[in-house]
Design a protein around this ligand. Structure first.
Ligand SMILES: [Zn+2]
Length: 368
């Protein structure tokens, strides 16, 4: 039986890969543009603006997909704007049933009007804190360096400087082609020497080499996307759902339980996957890779965690047990102390799914 939408919405979720500047509410963008005198928006109607972002995202190319960020970053240039966006993100998580979120952004894109990186990170953390005390959603903040820019060492140091305030890790984001992660290896070594956390966008627009570099050169603890890990896996010619050979990299990822931050809808939008059904997620899950489901850019991809659960459940025939497993996978992979992860798994996630199973059984009985 299909899981009803209200149950999908209410089950506890954990989100590890979400871009703060990719999840603004259209109405907030319009408000902030008005306040800041930002005059480059294509429209001032929230519905039309949402459509503009969705259309821009669905063009099958990562560079085209990234165009919308000029506007979201364009209006996130003051402390008030950054605080508001961060706070509303937590409120949106609460509505989406998310109990723990790691959001990420690149401080370098928020200094056009004179803010220093410290002001930027402080403002975002304040918004997240205010959201947590109002809605009870736990969070971690990840700072991104950009592949095609310098300053990765500075961003790594900034992330470590704020580890006591809620920054939990360091990421490398942006266009993959021509910008290999190993060029930023000093920043990653710094993070490793500080006993801190690393995730890297890899294997989305570029092949399995990008994933290999992220893990073996940069010491990534998790991989963002990893869609093209499939290039290291041999499938049965007659049954594409059966693995017949695993390359050393894929075997390593499986054996070391390296978490993969899978973003289904976003991958279809950027062209990393042809459609949801043929996305490698189904195969990776079946063969026990540590996969997690994520939103990536909620605004551009018109998605939420509830929607990601819904499309995954439909395309890969997942039940509540599977969604619980994926949620526990994500919580186990969060950049939080072990005891906090265990507490959220046993006090929040497992009881939440037990309750959802009872509700589903009740719904089935009524339908029978
Ligand atoms: Zn991403």
């Amino acid at each position: 039986m299909k899981i009803p939408d209200n149950i999908l919405q209410s089950v506890p979720k954990v989100l590890l890969h979400d871009h703060l500047d990719g999840g603004l509410r259209p109405s907030t963008i319009i408000d902030l543009a008005r306040d800041a005198g930002y005059d480059k928006l294509p429209t001032h109607d929230p519905g039309e603006l949402a459509t503009w972002f969705h259309r821009g995202a669905g063009r099958g190319s990562l560079p085209l997909y990234l165009e919308g960020f000029a506007h979201t970053c364009g209006v996130m240039q003051t402390e008030q704007a950054l605080e508001r966006v961060a706070y509303e993100m937590i409120e949106d998580m609460h509505r989406d049933g998310v109990v723990y979120v790691e959001t990420r952004f690149a401080p370098v894109f928020h200094t056009d009007r004179g803010l220093h990186w410290d002001n930027v990170v402080n403002a975002v953390l304040q918004g997240l804190e205010r959201g947590r005390s109002k809605f009870g959603v736990e969070f971690g903040l990840i700072l991104c360096a950009m592949r095609n820019m310098g300053l990765s060492q500075e961003m790594a140091e900034l992330a470590v400087d704020y580890r006591e305030r809620g920054v939990v890790g360091f990421d490398l984001a942006g266009e993959e082609g021509g910008f290999p992660p190993k060029k930023h290896v000093d920043a990653f070594h710094y993070i490793q020497r500080e006993n801190f956390n690393i995730t890297v966008h890899a294997g989305e627009a570029f092949g399995k080499e990008s994933i290999w570099q992220a893990i073996q050169w940069c010491g990534a603890h998790r991989i963002g996307h990893a869609t093209r890990l499939i290039e290291d896996i041999g499938l049965d010619k007659r049954n594409r759902r059966k693995i017949v050979r695993m390359g050393y990299l894929a075997q390593y990822v499986l054996d070391k339980r390296i978490p993969l931050e899978i973003c289904l809808t976003s991958n279809v939008h950027t062209g990393a996957a042809k459609d949801i059904k043929s996305h490698p997620f189904g195969l990776l899950y079946k063969y026990k890779f540590r996969v997690t489901l994520n939103t990536d850019d909620r605004l551009m991809s018109d998605t939420t965690m509830t929607k990601e659960f819904k499309v995954a459940a439909r395309a890969f025939r997942l039940g509540l047990e599977d969604l619980e497993k994926l949620t526990i996978n994500a919580m186990k992979s969060a950049f939080q102390p072990y005891n906090k992860r265990i507490r959220l798994i046993y006090d929040v996630i497992k009881p939440g799914y037990a309750k959802a199973r009872l509700r589903l059984a009740h719904t089935k009985r009524r339908a029978a």
